[in-house]
Design a protein around this ligand. Structure first.
Ligand code: GLP
Length: 340
């Protein structure tokens, strides 16, 4: 007779996501910083699940605006996991993607259509006809009409309930490069040199990166009911600080988010590194009138009662930033001893 399998280890109790919250008097956008990328992905996915439940209950469908790039991959993984766990049904979800390179064939490894199917849609029960992605194969003379039709399809769906965004090093959201204004709608754009250089490795050389793209406009994005801007990694720190703390300007399309009523910026610690509250955590800037509201919460990786534990070593720069950030708030907490 086959030997009984060993008993499963007890389930690890999931704690609320780990976040850092502090004074934000320089911040013009609601910003939440997560020590762990996985916590960020879980928090965003949880919010999306809530929106899907709320909207499908209220109107029979939910409309999501979706992004590509490496940043949202963890969110898609988590949404797939939640779907497989039976937590969320995508059969009444309608999606609109932000952008696509132009020209671009759908089967190209660089196409955003392929990215979306491989990384998300193929793993959930979304209906094919509910997926909308700008078509990189449209003949040039029909591009303007196709872009107008894309706007019309968003309107016909009742508008976007939740828009997911990444940010490029130029400050673009979608492919709204410097110069894009607040009235811009879905259209064809010329990509910034920096954007093409950033994509060069994926395309095996900058000369292979398309020079143009189709993108929702700034106004299209701002029409969404709720917006989440995600950024991870130190290479995003400077542009994140500009978007969150800088003046609104056509130089940085992400600054237009400051005009929206319901935006949350989700960052990991390296991407938050240039925010004043972390870069210059002097008591005068790190305290608000209500005092420093630092909040460290144990993450899912924590098996102890202590907070913010991580199985991964914390790079020196990150841990010293963290220490400076905590000290500026007049706390003696460390990553392994703080908890609220
Ligand atoms: C591309 C996309 C953007 C995305 C950006 C950042 O330019 N058009 O929508 O936000 O890349 O990509 P990543 O998340 O890989 O840094």
């Amino acid at each position: 007779m086959a030997k009984a399998p060993p008993p499963l280890p007890p389930a690890v109790r999931r704690s609320p996501p780990t976040t850092i919250e502090s004074s934000r008097d320089r911040e013009r956008l609601r910003t939440v910083v997560f020590p762990e990328h996985s916590d960020l992905a879980r928090a965003v996915a949880e919010r999306i699940v809530e929106v899907i439940h709320r909207e499908t209950r209220a109107k029979g469908r939910a409309v999501l605006g979706l992004a590509t790039g490496s940043t949202p991959l963890g969110v898609y993984e988590e949404l797939i996991r939640r779907h497989q766990a039976g937590d969320v049904d995508f059969s009444h979800v309608i999606t609109f993607n932000l952008d696509e390179y132009y020209p671009m064939t759908p089967d190209s490894p660089h196409s955003y259509r392929r990215y979306m199917w491989e990384n998300f849609f193929a793993h959930v029960n979304i209906a094919k006809q509910n997926v909308h992605i700008p078509d990189g194969t449209i003949p040039r003379e029909r591009v303007a009409d196709a872009c107008a039709a894309y706007e019309e399809a968003i309107r016909a769906a009742g508008g976007i309930d939740f828009q997911l965004l990444g940010i490029g090093k130029t400050g673009h959201v979608g492919f709204n490069e410097p110069g894009s204004d607040a009235t811009s709608r879905t259209r064809i754009v010329t990509l910034d040199t920096l954007t093409r250089k950033d994509a060069a490795a994926d395309f095996f050389g900058v000369e292979n990166v398309p020079r143009e793209a189709l993108t929702m406009g700034v106004a299209t994005i701002l029409d969404a009911k709720e917006i989440a801007l995600l950024a991870t990694g130190e290479h995003k720190a400077a542009i994140v600080a500009r978007a969150v703390e800088g003046e609104i300007s056509t130089d940085v399309a992400a600054t237009f988010l400051q005009r929206h009523q319901s935006v949350t910026v989700y960052l990991d610690l390296p991407a938050a590194d240039e925010l004043t509250r972390i870069k210059t955590p002097a008591p005068s800037t790190a305290r608000s009138s209500t005092g420093c509201a630092t909040r460290f919460v144990a993450g899912p990786s924590s098996r102890r009662t202590s907070g913010c534990s991580s199985s991964r070593p914390i790079p020196m720069t990150t841990s010293s930033r963290w220490a400076a950030f905590s000290a500026s708030c007049g706390r003696t907490r460390t990553r392994s001893s703080s908890r609220t």
